[in-house]
Write a protein that binds this ligand. Structure first.
Ligand code: NAP
Length: 331
C-alpha cells in the first residue's frame, strides 16, 4: 500500500497508539513515526520494544513536521496536550484523536488548533482491558468500526486520507455526528462498563462475607464482568466525567428496566422474564451475524494456557497478525 503520511506523530503510547503503530507498519502506510508519552518509563519501554521509529522527550518535538498527529491520551488529558502542541503544528497537518467520548473532546481540542490545521475527531471501537505500550498488537482494528465525527467545514481531502489510513489498518469507517456518537457509545460501551464495575464491586463486598467463594466458584457471567471491570481506571473515570449526559440518560433507563425485572421476579411473572430474555437473545445473534463477535462458548477469547488467552498482545510479537483469540471490547 502507498505511504499516506510521510510523518506521523503518536501522542500517548498505550494500547491504541501502539496498536496503530504496529498496524501502520504492517500495511506500510506511514513514513517515519514519532512518539511521545508523559512518563520517562513509558518512553523507555517504547524504545526498548521498538515502538515508533523515534521516541521524543517532549510532545512538541514529536509533532514538529508531522503530517498526521494522533492524540491517544486519556480523554481528560486531551486539552492540555492540544494546547501544548498547537504552536508547533505544521500548516496543512491533520490532527485526529482516538478518545472514547467525542463532544467534550472536540470542545477541548478544537479551540486550540490554528487555522490551516485539519481537525478530524475519531474513535476506534476496538480495545481490550489491557493498557500501556506493551499491550498493542497489529490486528486490533481488523474488521472493527472506527467512527469519525468531523466538524462542519472539515476538508474533504484530509478526511478521505484519514479514512484510507483507518481502512488500511483493517478498520471499517463510518462518520457520524458527535452527539449521536456519545449516545450510541453510552448504550453499547460506557454504561455496560459501569454496570460491570458495579457488579464486581458488589461481589467484592460479598467476598468479605463468603471468603474466597466468589473467586473460587466464579461462573462465566461474573468472569466476563471482571474482565471488563479490569479496564484502566483513568481512562474510564474520564469517559464518565466527559460523557455525563448520555450516561445518566441511559443509566436512568437501565434502572427503570431493572425495577421492572425485579418486580417480575417478586410477583412470579415468568412470562415477562421469558419474553424479555428472548428479545435480548436476538441481539446477541445480531452481533455474531454482523461479524463483531464469535459464537464460540468462550466468545473466542481462549482459555488460560491455550495460547489464545486475552493477553492483549503481551508476550507475543506485537506485529503478530494472528491474534484471533483476542477479545476486542472497545469503548
Ligand atoms: P493507555 O493504554 O492507558 O495509554 C495512555 C497513554 O497516554 C500512555 O502512554 C500515557 O503515558 C499517556 N498519557 C496520559 N496522560 C498524558 C498526558 N497528559 N500527556 C501525554 N501523554 C499522556 O490508553 P489507551 O487504552 O491507549 O487509550 C487512549 C485513548 O484511546 C483514550 O482516550 C481512550 O478513551 C481511547 N480508547 C481506548 C480504548 C480501549 O479499549 N482501551 C478503545 C478506544 C479508544 P504514561 O504511560 O507515561 O502515563
Amino acid at each position: 500500500m502507498p505511504v499516506l503520511y510521510d510523518r506521523v506523530a503518536l501522542i500517548g503510547l498505550g494500547l491504541i497508539a501502539s496498536s496503530m503503530f504496529w498496524a501502520m507498519k504492517r500495511a506500510g502506510l506511514a513514513g517515519e513515526v514519532t512518539g511521545y508519552a508523559r512518563s520517562a518509563e513509558t518512553r523507555d519501554t517504547a524504545r526498548e520494544i521498538g515502538l515508533c521509529d523515534r521516541i521524543c522527550d517532549t510532545a512538541r518535538e514529536a509533532v514538529e513536521g508531522a503530517d498526521l498527529v494522533v492524540l491517544a491520551v486519556p480523554v481528560g488529558a486531551m486539552e492540555a496536550v492540544a494546547r501544548d502542541i498547537a504552536p508547533v503544528l505544521k500548516p496543512g497537518a491533520t490532527v485526529t484523536d482516538v478518545g472514547s467520548v467525542k463532544k467534550q473532546v472536540i470542545e477541548a481540542i478544537g479551540p486550540h488548533l490554528p487555522d490551516g490545521v485539519h481537525f478530524i475527531p475519531g474513535h476506534p471501537l476496538a480495545g481490550t482491558e489491557h493498557s500501556g505500550p506493551r499491550s498493542g498488537f497489529a490486528t486490533l482494528f481488523d474488521n472493527r468500526y472506527t467512527l469519525l465525527t468531523p466538524v462542519e467545514g472539515t476538508d474533504a481531502e484530509a478526511t478521505d486520507r484519514l479514512i484510507r489510513l483507518w481502512e488500511g489498518i483493517g478498520a471499517r469507517v463510518e462518520t457520524m455526528d458527535a452527539d449521536h456518537h456519545d449516545l450510541v457509545l453510552s448504550v453499547t460501551s460506557h454504561t455496560p462498563h459501569l454496570i460491570a464495575y458495579t457488579m464486581v464491586g458488589v461481589a467484592d463486598d460479598l467476598r468479605r462475607v463468603t471468603d474466597s467463594e466468589v473467586i473460587k466458584y466464579s461462573a462465566a457471567g461474573f468472569r466476563d464482568f471482571t474482565r471488563i471491570a479490569a479496564s484502566d481506571p483513568t481512562m474510564w473515570r474520564d469517559v464518565f466525567l466527559n460523557n455525563k449526559d448520555a450516561t445518566l440518560e441511559i443509566l436512568g433507563r437501565f434502572t427503570e428496566e431493572l425495577f421492572a425485572l425485579q418486580r417480575a421476579i417478586r410477583t412470579g411473572d415468568g412470562d415477562l422474564l421469558f419474553d424479555y430474555f428472548t428479545r435480548t437473545r436476538a441481539i446477541r445473534r445480531g452481533i455474531i451475524e454482523a461479524g463483531q463477535d464469535t459464537a464460540a462458548p468462550d466468545f473466542g477469547r481462549g482459555l488460560p494456557g491455550d495460547g489464545r488467552s486475552d493477553t492483549g498482545g503481551a508476550g507475543k510479537s506485537r506485529a503478530d497478525t494472528s491474534k484471533a483469540g483476542t477479545s476486542k471490547a472497545g469503548t
